[in-house]
Design a protein around this ligand. Structure first.
Ligand code: 4AD
Ligand code: MG
Length: 495
């Protein structure tokens, strides 16, 4: 495989893969080959291969599948510090008109062809980071004695409110796709002490934002005898571990994505812990106003720099060599994409500031409020003790202030916002029964859940981490749809 070639300098190897890029000059063809594990440049020299191999290399097009034999040579200037001097080449399947060309395409175009787009470099890097994050999560919990257990997907219970339930017909009676494994997680924690679930969950989110999917993966640890503080400390250790594993294991992928690695290096304990009430004050403060103004200035500067660069690239375009033109074209596409983002941010920021300044105690934070809050800090923050009215029915009340629930959210820095939601669970039967009624939930469907409070009830806590939001943050990828192989959103159910 390509990823292990660096250790095979001097030996002759056989590679099987696909052609990603090709360049030819007199008597030489340079093929960039992809095999899923990495990329390598293969050099075909007309004088050192037979006619059949030369013809194959000459006709091969983008995404043509190939078998290549050749010697691995060290070459610092090439990807991975090596290249392959080809001795023979066999075309397996010749492609005509691969729809995704090296020129840039819009995201919708690419998402419609997600089944092919996954072969490109950016999705490759994001999915490898996703894999690393998944391994890191399992290692973290396994090393601490948590038992991984699965919650059902088909359920009778609403966990996170009734407005985002996907209802299905279960042999003539209604059932739902689960919104969260938490309630079953609590059951399993009473049986196994510390457990975590790792599974798909579903939310009929009607919102079209960069943070919402209708199907996503959630990791939900649940611990007997944990209070809110212990829960926050666990969440903190957990995220420190995920970020540091990604830095260690995915350096190439993160670099390819242009991730600011220093931002990830700053993910160190302790994370600031601020109460909801303090967060509201901060949101409405002049400090937030100052940050917004600074950001607007910075965006204006970036905008004029980009426009200047674009104009100077265009000015001598006519005189450029073909390969240089292609590079300028690619850069222009990047510049335009970034300019669109900058302009959108410039339109949004005044609105964000206004809604932050007018934020009233008691409401839930919107995406923009979270973004503004994160700008005050250089690492993730934990916001705790929310008004009970904006949190789920199962949360324990703050014994110090009955208006508050012992919930917590972790907000990822750099504007990414909520990646974890959780808290301490109500452990009193009468309180929980009253909550189910108050929230208009069908009592019968919760009898088994009440049993936990009938038989050996203990203080317990847990949280849920959204995998895709976490991968977005780790990768520095703006939109969540790029962080799952096949995103499901309000407007997308294919491929
Ligand atoms: O905050 P949420 O709704 O919390 C729960 O579901 C709890 N029952 C978890 C628990 O305590 N065991 O969701 C948890 C996390 C969010 O912080 C976010 O990262 C992610 O799940 N999430 C979404 N990710 C993508 N698309 C959506 N529509 C999401 N909704 C929540
Ligand atoms: Mg939440």
């Amino acid at each position: 495989m390509i990823e292990s070639l660096a250790g095979q300098v001097g030996s002759v190897v056989t590679l099987q893969g696909w052609l990603q890029q090709k360049r030819a000059s007199k008597g030489l063809i340079f093929l960039v080959i992809r095999d899923g594990t990495g990329l390598v440049q293969c050099v075909v020299n007309q004088s050192s291969v037979d006619e059949h191999s030369w013809a194959g290399a000459s006709t091969a097009t983008q995404e043509t599948s190939l078998t290549i034999k050749g010697e691995v040579c060290a070459d610092e200037r090439q990807i991975g510090g090596i290249e392959v001097q080809v001795s023979s080449l066999e075309v397996i399947h010749l492609v005509s008109d691969y729809p995704i060309t090296p020129k840039a395409h819009g995201v919708e175009f690419l998402m419609d062809r997600r089944h092919l787009w996954l072969r490109s470099r950016r999705p490759w890097a994001v999915m490898r980071v996703r894999n690393c994050v998944i391994m890191s999560i399992h290692n973290f919990f396994q090393e601490r004695g948590f038992v991984q257990m699965d919650a059902p997907i088909l359920t009778k219970n609403a966990v996170e409110g009734t407005s985002t339930l996907f209802e299905i017909d279960y042999f003539g009676s209604p059932a739902y796709l689960t919104q969260s494994g938490q309630l079953h997680g609590e059951v399993m924690a009473m049986a196994f002490s510390k457990i975590y679930t790792f599974g798909p969950v579903f939310r009929a989110e009607k919102s079209k934002t960069r943070r919402h999917l209708t199907e996503f993966w959630m990791i939900e640890p649940e611990m007997a005898f944990y209070d809110l503080d212990m829960n926050m400390t666990l969440a903190e250790d957990f995220l420190v571990r995920v970020a540091s594993d990604a830095l260690r294991d995915c350096a190439d992928e993160l670099e390819l994505l242009g991730r600011d690695l220093d931002a990830l290096r700053r993910v160190q304990a302790p994370f600031p812990r601020i109460s909801y009430s303090d967060a509201v004050d901060l949101l409405r403060s002049d400090k937030t106003k100052g940050l917004v103004e600074e950001k607007i200035d910075a965006l204006h500067r970036e905008k004029s720099d980009l426009e200047e660069e674009r104009a100077s690239n265009k000015s001598n375009y006519g005189q450029l060599k073909e390969w240089k033109k292609r590079r300028v074209d690619a850069r222009e596409i990047e510049i335009n994409a970034r300019l669109a983002q900058v302009q959108e941010a410039l339109r949004n920021l005044p609105k964000w500031w206004r809604s932050a300044a007018e934020f009233e105690w008691g409401g839930d934070f919107g995406g923009s409020d979270e973004t503004l809050l994160t700008w005050h800090f250089d690492r993730p923050i934990i916001v705790h003790r929310y008004p009970e009215a904006v949190k789920a029915f199962y949360m324990k009340r703050d014994p110090e202030d009955d208006r508050l629930a012992l919930g917590m959210d972790v907000l990822a820095p750099e504007g990414f916002g909520e990646i974890i939601g959780g808290g301490q669970r109500a452990d009193d039967l009468a309180f929980l029964e009253a909550q189910v009624e108050r929230h208009d939930l069908p009592r019968k469907a919760f009898e088994w859940y009440f049993d936990l409070r009938r038989y050996g009830s203990v203080p317990h806590s847990g949280f849920g981490l959204g995998l895709e939001r976490t991968v977005s943050w780790i990768c520095g990828v703006e939109h969540i749809r790029e962080t799952i192989p096949f995103p499901r959103t309000l407007g997308r159910l294919t491929p």
